[in-house]
Design a protein around this ligand. Structure first.
Ligand code: NOJ
Ligand code: CA
Length: 704
């Protein structure tokens, strides 16, 4: 590493004299100053275009049973700068190649009275800052317990925020858009009432947190590489507008058990005057380690259908029986149990989905509710309710294995753990071997309900280590993982690209549980997707859920054209066509877009975006000259004026435009769409309407 000269700045505040060290982004637009307050407290401050975007913010840790803590009395032992400008190719992704360009400042601090060393590593990119704490191996800080991380993010004003209330267990909420000063008043209503015990503060919020300042600067706070550490939430002091890190506690209330040498996840702050830059930022992946999987040829993006929506809507059931009894899988003879007659995962029904997938060129079929235990998954015997290898009597594993293979379809396994992490770990090798023996190479895991052992949360260090264990274990079996209800991702898929999906947010299932806000999908890419792809499960064509299950009066708050656009706006290497085959058969002309759309990309261009209002993105399919474009729109009708200058010059494309009809509205007329074909070039300007809760999707195919 190159040692460079430092700029030492002396500057004065009303309270203290600071000695600062400055770091600039490669393009010079962002400037960070690291400084010690005169009591030895480390701080940082961030400017964008010579304007303050993060005010002086403290850094440090309060340790448990430790009088010294890592808060003040530091002096700088050494500091080094270095630069990086390299590129890497993701196994799957939005772009073919990712540039990793930053300037780094590495500060080594010493706390003399305790004889301890703490390193803070800052990386300043053109689109934001990342920093992490590192604890070198040392006698006086060998094993320690974090009482609280004391990282501050001091806001410069009462910004508009797109937030989820603080909750240790779930992110499955609609976003609230408000000023920071309004969070306290609104947060109780932003969580479900029975989540209140995990809502840690009335001004607590989750990351990734998206914000906009009153002078139009977009800010995003999140973390990268959350490994062996607890998930960071933020608690706002709404008088000073300072956010402070608030880590998820374990069952004892401890926030982290660490042993040096070790490091924290990166804390990230993205900054831009253009919302599109936040969507396109690769900071989160760049701050993760390169792939640890050498041979990645078995990791493949996949489009799939599934025996799933029929259960979510209540049309059929996961369980084979309604008889409730305390069972130990394999011991009770289900064949003698009275079937409820609504079981979804029957051999015949799965074959129907395999046929549909094969006919329309899908790669996979997900099957839920195939294994014993569902009748009791909320029951008392929960700790051992699933063994992940014992099918219900009407699901024939080997017959379906052979049938799927004969049709060129991959079955996708489902492991609902019911939050019982230890039970899953006990069974995991047997379960993965069973998968491989039966032709499955991908698993959807799930963690519904409170985590067992009791007292742990979905986002604490212990449970995060469980998710990581599953990903790494799956890699040894060459199995891809899509985890639902796990901690929200932080770019770990760069290191473990077999993690092809996560839910960890409010997905399409909520359209059958009362509906989501129509602008939800204009916020998710700014928040949840910052850490990695989401298994959002789009593609609902029948918005009136009572048509599937008369007892379910929920509505999908989206137009059909909006559902098509989601395949482009919600980037994921794993995309489901979630509705039932019979609903697709009614709209085969629109279904064509879902069949055609790519799932892996050479390039992506965010054309226009405003969180909570609209997102328009164009993507170039991997290894092809075709482009696909998606626009999703919030509550207000809107006209996009787009330049197609992303297309290759001097080429003509046939554009097929799937759009909302003039009369479309997510509430009253969601299935009103038009399809038109036009010839375009990179000089073409396109004007296109989006209805409330609507959007449009376009495929561009080169013509000779
Ligand atoms: C919640 C998941 O998000 C959903 O996809 C799944 O079907 C159910 N849990 C059952 O595991
Ligand atoms: Ca879920």
């Amino acid at each position: 590493m190159k040692r460079l000269q430092f700029l030492l700045i002396l500057f004065f505040t009303s309270t203290s004299v600071l000695v600062g060290q400055e770091l600039s982004s490669p393009n010079g637009k962002l400037k960070m100053i690291f400084a010690l307050l005169n009591d030895g407290t480390p701080t940082y401050q961030l400017n964008f275009n010579n304007k303050e975007v993060i005010k002086t913010s403290k850094l440090g840790f309060e340790l448990k049973n430790d009088t010294n803590s890592l808060i003040k009395d530091f002096n700088i032992l050494s500091s080094e700068t270095s630069s990086n400008d390299s590129s890497w190719e993701p196994v799957w992704g939005e772009v073919k190649s990712i540039r990793n360009q930053y300037n780094e400042l590495l500060i080594t601090l010493e706390q003399k009275k305790s004889n301890r060393t703490l390193i803070i590593r800052f990386r300043l990119f053109n689109d934001g800052l990342g920093f992490r704490y590192e604890f070198p191996s040392q006698k006086n800080l060998a094993y320690f317990i974090i009482k609280e991380e004391q990282t501050e993010f001091a806001m410069t004003g009462d910004h508009t925020a797109y937030w989820l209330a603080g909750d240790y267990d779930t992110q499955e909420y609609d976003y609230t858009i408000s000023r920071l000063s309004e969070i306290r008043k609104l947060s109780k209503d932003a969580v479900t009432p029975n989540a209140s015990q995990t809502q840690f503060s009335p001004t607590g919020v989750q990351t990734s947190l998206m914000m906009k300042t009153s002078d139009g600067i977009y800010l995003n706070l999140h973390e990268a590489a959350l490994i062996d550490y607890s998930c960071m939430h933020l608690n706002l002091d709404d008088k000073t507008m300072i956010f402070k890190s608030w880590l998820t506690p374990d069952a004892n209330g401890d926030k982290g058990h660490l042993q040096s040498p070790c490091k924290t996840p990166w804390r990230t702050i993205m900054v831009s005057e253009n919302a599109c830059d936040i969507l396109a930022s690769k900071i989160t992946y760049n701050l993760n380690e390169p792939s640890k999987i050498e041979n990645t040829s078995w990791i493949r993006p996949i489009k799939y259908v599934g025996v799933w929506w029929e259960m979510i809507t209540g049309k059929s059931s996961w369980s084979y029986t309604d008889e409730l009894f305390s069972v130990q899988p394999g011991i009770t003879n289900y064949a003698k149990t009275k079937p409820n007659g609504t079981h979804g995962a029957t051999t015949a029904n799965v074959k129907k989905y395999i046929d549909f997938a094969a006919l329309h060129g899908f790669g996979g079929v997900l099957v839920e509710g195939w294994n014993e235990g569902w009748e009791d998954w909320f029951g008392k015997s929960k700790d051992y309710v699933f063994d992940f290898v014992t099918p219900y009597p009407d699901f024939n594993v080997s017959e379906l294995r052979d049938y799927a293979k004969s049709k060129g379809i991959k079955l996708i396994m489902h492991h609902e753990t019911s939050g019982s992490t230890r039970n899953y770990e006990r069974h995991i090798d047997t379960a993965f071997k069973f998968m491989k023996a039966n032709g499955y190479n991908a698993v959807k895991t799930g963690y519904v309900g409170p985590i067992l052992p009791r007292g742990f949360f979905h986002s604490d260090q212990w449970t995060n280590n469980h998710y990581q264990y599953v990903i790494e274990k799956a890699a040894t079996y060459q199995i891809m993982v899509n985890a639902h209800e796990a901690v929200r991702p932080t770019g770990i898929a760069r290191t473990w690209p077999n993690m092809i999906g996560n839910e960890s947010a409010r997905g399409t299932e909520f359209q059958a549980f009362g509906g989501s806000k129509p602008n939800h999908v204009t916020i998710l890419p700014f928040t949840r997707l910052i850490g990695g792809p989401m298994d959002y499960t789009p593609g609902i064509f029948e918005m009136d859920i009572s048509k599937l299950n008369p007892k379910n009066t929920s509505r999908c708050n989206s137009t059909l054209a909006n559902q098509l656009a989601l395949y482009v706006t919600m980037y994921s290497p794993l995309q489901m066509a979630a509705d039932l085959p019979e609903n697709y058969n009614r709209f085969l002309d629109a279904f064509q877009f879902i069949k055609d759309v790519a799932i892996d990309w050479d390039d992506s261009k965010y054309l226009e975006a405003e969180p909570g209002q609209y997102i328009t993105v164009a993507r170039k399919a991997k290894g092809s000259s075709s482009w696909f474009l998606g626009n999703v729109n919030g509550e207000t009708p809107r006209v996009s004026k787009l330049s197609l200058d992303f297309l290759e010059p001097k080429k003509t494309y046939e554009a097929t435009i799937y759009a909302d009809d003039k009369t479309a509205h997510y509430k009253t007329n969601p299935q009103a769409y038009t399809i038109r074909k036009i010839r375009v070039t990179n000089k073409t300007k396109l004007t296109q309407l989006s209805a409330p809760g609507g959007g449009f999707a376009i495929s561009f195919v080169e013509v000779d």
